[in-house]
Design a protein around this ligand. Structure first.
Ligand code: FES
Ligand code: FES
Length: 178
């Protein structure tokens, strides 16, 4: 069946059976490979994307259960280019924090971690360590890089707070004519 989905702010057409999981549509039809197939059973979080800013497991979210007006965000939609139509890609603060803390070992879980953290930080911009742990509790990491993932989310929270408290740049004064 032909359907249109709002993904990363763009309307995307797909032609899939209504029982197709969103993950398959993202990866097989739309070439959005950031969400990963891990368990395929809603248990690991590797396939996490956001639907209306809430994390969902795309491996068990069937096309028929996605509301018509739903806004889907994948990790590809987090970059500043995706959000501000910039020509050069620029990773979000959260993505950069994961790189700066070297949070990935094999990296398979990381995109799901970032999407879960994104939704969490939007709601709780000043979290405690235990709140971060609780938010990411259901996302599994086989490599055991949890402590670096925790540091990355903390770093991102701090940087996002700092970026919001920066004063806006003042417009330059016009040169006085002589
Ligand atoms: S692949 Fe979806 S939760 Fe594991
Ligand atoms: S970094 Fe390998 S599964 Fe998390």
């Amino acid at each position: 069946m032909k359907t249109t989905l709002n993904i990363n702010g763009e309307l995307k057409n797909c032609d899939a059976d209504l029982t197709t999981p969103l993950l398959y549509i993202l990866r097989n039809d739309l070439e959005l490979n950031g969400a990963k197939f891990g368990c395929g059973a809603g248990q690991c979080g590797a396939c996490t994307v956001l639907m209306n800013n809430q994390p969902i497991r795309s491996c068990v979210t069937l096309l028929k259960n996605i509301p018509a007006q739903a806004k889907i965000t994948t990790i590809e939609g987090l970059s500043q280019r995706a959000q501000k139509s910039m020509e050069v890609d620029s990773l979000s603060i959260l993505q950069n924090a994961f790189i700066e803390e070297q949070a990935a070992q094999c990296g398979y879980c990381i995109n799901g971690m970032i999407m879960t953290a994104k939704s969490f930080l939007d709601k709780n911009p000043d979290p405690t360590d235990s709140q971060i742990r609780g938010a990411l509790d259901a996302n599994l990491c086989r490599c055991g890089t949890h402590s670096r993932i925790l540091k990355a989310v903390k770093r991102a929270a701090l940087q996002i707070k700092q970026s919001k408290s920066k004063p806006l740049a003042q417009p330059k004064k016009a040169k006085e004519s002589v």
